[in-house]
Design a protein around this ligand. Sequence first.
Ligand code: BEZ
Length: 210
Amino acid sequence: MSLRLGDIAPDFIARTSAGVIRFHEYLGDSWGVLFSHPADYTPVCTTELGRTASLKAEFERRNVKVLALSVDNLERHAGWIQDINETQNTEVNFPIIADDDRTIADRYDMIHPNASETATVRSLFIIGPDKKIKLQITYPASTGRNFVEVLRVIDSLQLTAQHSVATPADWKQGEDVIVVPAVSTEDALKKFPKGVKVVKPYLRYTPQPS
Ligand code: BEZ
């Protein structure tokens, strides 16, 4: 059965470019990003993994551990990492899972047979410190992901976890956020000292809590 938001992200043991990893143990108390790409030595994937490596500080600042996956073996990963470092002017600094028997790809439903019988699509899961799936997005092989959007979603999820707020369409860091429906306006006024703007009883904004 496919995975849904709120499900526990299945645990696994994997061989990776950074050694053997037990997924849940590796995540510890961190947030996680687990993402698949169709294959090693492909152009779009090369740019995606380079971009991810260059965002190391942004992921660390948010307490996020990143793990990539493809259904290639460790030997191919090793050669490809050298290419990524060379062409993307970076240093791949996160593990890439060698899922050549597709165990993890199947468990996470990363192979969509009507798109490709053999390659993984571009699946991406954001996993909370409680190991629950907070977001999943699926891109086709031909479209590289927007990692600014991935960071933006992580910011939104972390704000929700810490402050009972939601974020409106196209929200960016520093912009007003939305008081969640579960909080009454009376409680919101106490909880958010920067103020609450009531546009409708169900649409209430407050400056982003820090
Ligand atoms: C790529 O990663 O570059 C790619 C993979 C499959 C189809 C198209 C592009």
